[in-house]
Ligand binder design. Structure first.
Ligand SMILES: [Zn+2]
Ligand SMILES: [Zn+2]
Length: 99
């Protein structure tokens, strides 16, 4: 009967390789502090670009300007409409010869 306590053999002080630069790193997380900063900066840059892209896309959406507002009921009507549903008649831009 052998009652020996099991001992896990950890690899002693094996250098991890930094995921950013590929160089061996002895730090706790296996990544150089300056590389960690670079990594965070990189992801931030990507987010910034994505945000900028979205902003430019949303800015392209323009509201249609082919509407005019009825002064009587404030309804948006097409510019070519001569009468509003409320009965308001828009003045013609071309003034008739007879007054
Ligand atoms: Zn590194
Ligand atoms: Zn109206």
């Amino acid at each position: 009967m052998t009652n020996q306590p099991r001992t896990f053999a950890y690899p002693s002080k094996k250098a991890k390789s930094c995921p950013v630069c590929g160089q061996s790193s002895y730090s706790k997380d296996g990544i150089h502090p300056q590389c960690a900063v670079q990594l965070a900066d990189e992801s931030r840059k990507v987010q910034l670009q994505a945000a900028r892209k979205q902003a430019s896309q949303s800015g392209q959406k323009k509201q249609k300007s082919w509407n005019k507002q009825c002064p009587k009921c404030s309804t948006q009507l097409h510019v070519r409409r001569k009468e509003c549903d409320c009965g308001h008649v828009f003045r013609q831009t071309k003034s008739p010869s007879n007054g």
